[in-house]
Every structure is written in C-alpha cells, then in structure tokens.
Design a protein around this ligand. Structure first.
Ligand SMILES: Nc1ncnc2c1ncn2[C@@H]1O[C@H](COP(=O)(O)OP(=O)(O)OP(=O)(O)O)[C@@H](O)[C@H]1O
Ligand code: SF4
Ligand SMILES: [Mg+2]
Length: 328
C-alpha cells in the first residue's frame, strides 16, 4: 500500500443495517467491514442498490429512519461513533467527518453567499471571530481552486458554474479540517471535462491534508484515477477489497471481474467473456449461500449452502469459495 500506510482513521467492523417494513425486515447492509487510513482514498463500487450510499450514510449517522444499525461497530480515530446520540453526532459531522454529495445544490443554501455559509460552518466548529472566519473562508476557496476568492466569497451559489459549485462544497466539507470525507458520487452531476478536475482536486487535498476519503462511485474511470484501494459491494455485502491495480486488473472475485468486463474503457484490456447475466437480487430475495450464486458462472453446490466471508486473497480479500477450498 506504500504511500497510503498512514494512521487508521475509519474502522467499520461487521456493520449491519436493517429496515423494518410492513413485509418484514430487510437487511440493507450485512457484515460490512472496511477501514481507511490517513491520506488514503478508498473507492466504493457496485451496481445500483448495492448499498454504497447506505454505508456512507451509516458512517455519517444520517440513516433514514426506520433504517438503523443493528450490528457491528464504527470507529473514528479510536473513538466509537455508532453509539453516539444525535447531538454528539452532529458535532462530529463537519468537525471530524465532511460530506460531499452528488448535487452541490443540496449542500448549499441559495439565499446566502458562499462566504456566509463557509463562515457559519467554520465558526460552528472552530473558535474564530467573524473576521478570522472570513479570512479562512477566502483561504479555503483559494485552496479548492476558485479564482479571485476574495471577490467570489461574496457571491451566491447561482453565480457559480456546476464545477465551481462543487468546489465550494468541497471547501465547506474541508472547513473544519475533518479527518474523514465521505464523497458520494461527487462528480456524477458534472460535465465530463470538469469531473477529472474535481477528482484530481480531491486527490491532492487527500494527500496534502492526510485526510481519509471514502469515494463512492459507479465510475471505474474515477476509481482508476483516484482510489488507492477499492471495496466492491454486492447486495448489501462487501465481496472484495484490495489495492486498485489488483481489483481492476487481477480481481479475485467473479463478480468484480464481470463488473470490470462490462466497462468499455477497461473491457478493451479484459476479454469480454465475462459479462454478467441477470441483475442483482432485491434485498428481500437474496439467495442462500453466496449472494451472487444465481449469476455466477463458476458457482458450485457449496455456493448455495454456505455464505462466503472475506478471506485474504493476493494483496486484498475476497468473499468467494474459489479462494477457500473450492465450490464443490
Ligand atoms: N428507506 C429505505 N427503506 C428500505 N430500503 C431502502 C431504503 N433506502 C434504500 N433502501 C435500499 O437499500 C439498498 C441500498 O441502497 P443504496 O442507496 O445504498 O444503494 P447504492 O449502492 O448507493 O446505489 P446507487 O448506485 O443507485 O446510488 C437498496 O436496495 C435500496 O432499495
Ligand atoms: S462463492 Fe461461488 S457463487 Fe459466489 S462468487 Fe464464488 S464461485 Fe461464484
Ligand atoms: Mg448511492
């Protein structure tokens, strides 16, 4: 892992999230364990509905009720945070964990200047007077690459382009120098030409500030550019994790290999034999054993009997019986 071997910032252990409903309880996340170190970007990938956002929201303490954490632990810098109450969690959000979502407008209030929003966030978390906070706001806008920050600080969100607005959101997320940033599809709503700029900005800030970043995306190009390690989710479970080169080019899980083969840019390098038929099961219809067994061309009898757990594979880990004694 080389440059990424910093201090452990986020440690999620065996996380389980349930949604009680009229037709019984669905398990949205099952036994999800992941960690991120200082200065490291963990990419989280998987098909729509795999549980990527749910994992991010759980860490932020923003699960929509009646959804709740029903098992496991979340540790942030040696402090357990999944047991904190709403008031304490609100203090952690912003101060210790920053969030960046797909649409910058959900994070910005159209009625206030970006400077007013930045200074409010800064003063909420840091001991600064108005003038100090404004100076810090201007500095932050400069750091995220907004030209003429001392003028732009007095502008309203609608006066910025989409890409510049997402930079403002990144400045907001950084305002209190959090140790962890959860970025959920931060470039999906932006023009392709802008996406690369935002990704390289996130990567630069991650390395400079030694922030841990959880980068949720369905875009393998973004993963290839930005991630140090990659976690692959399927039906609410983590099925593979490893260094980005291994997961992209030498994956230890049949699902990941199929996922990579379905991506045009990567498929040129991976033979297109591996397309995955069918679709991911609904959460209330996950088969017994391996959740992927209905679509897996390598499945054997054991795959419907026993659920594979993450087992070390190469420089990472994979939940597949092929790596642990076979599928017979
Ligand atoms: N309020 C809810 N009640 C019950 N199930 C929910 C609720 N919100 C989300 N889910 C389910 O949880 C699962 C995970 O959703 P999540 O939003 O985390 O997926 P995702 O991987 O982020 O997908 P996408 O790529 O589309 O953003 C989905 O199957 C979804 O239907
Ligand atoms: S455990 Fe079996 S069904 Fe699951 S991915 Fe491995 S081979 Fe396929
Ligand atoms: Mg999502």
């Amino acid at each position: 892992m080389g440059e990424a071997a910093g201090q452990l910032i986020l440690d999620v252990r065996n996380l389980r999230v349930e949604f009680p409903g009229r037709h019984g309880t669905v398990t949205a996340l099952s036994d999800v364990s992941l960690d991120i170190r200082a200065g490291e970007i963990l990419g989280v990938v998987g098909e729509s509905g795999a549980g990527k956002s749910m994992a991010g929201l759980s860490i932020l303490g923003l699960l929509e009720r009646p959804g709740h954490i029903s098992g496991g632990e979340i540790w942030l810098e040696q402090r357990r945070i999944d047991t904190l109450d709403d008031y304490e969690m609100e203090k952690i959000r912003g101060r210790k964990i920053g969030a960046i979502f797909q649409d910058p407008l959900t994070s910005l209030n159209p009625l206030f200047t970006v400077g007013a929003q930045l200074t409010e966030t800064i003063r909420q978390h840091l001991d600064m007077n108005k003038a100090q906070a404004k100076a810090r706001a201007i500095e932050l806008l400069g750091e995220v690459g907004i030209p003429s920050p001392s003028e732009r600080v007095d502008h309203y969100p609608h006066q910025f382009s989409g890409g510049m607005r997402q930079r403002v959101v990144i400045a907001l997320a950084l305002a209190a120098s959090p140790r962890l940033i959860i970025a959920d599809e931060p470039t999906t709503a932006l023009d392709v030409s802008i996406q690369a700029q935002i990704i390289s900005l996130l990567r630069r800030l991650c390395k400079e500030k030694q922030t841990a970043i959880m980068l949720v995306t369905h875009d393998m190009g973004v993963i290839a550019e930005a991630a140090d390690r990659v976690a692959v989710m399927y039906a609410g479970r983590l099925i593979e994790v490893g260094p980005v080169e291994q997961v992209l080019h030498a994956s230890k899980h049949p699902y990941t290999r199929g996922l990579m083969a379905s991506i045009p840019a990567l498929a040129a390098r991976v033979e297109r034999l591996n397309q995955i038929d069918g679709s991911m099961p609904r959460l209330d219809a996950i088969p017994d054993g391996c959740a992927f067994n209905t679509r897996c061309k390598s499945a054997g009898p054991r795959c419907t009997r026993e659920q594979p757990v993450l087992i070390p594979a190469g420089a990472g880990a994979s939940a597949c019986w092929l790596n642990a004694g076979g599928v017979a």
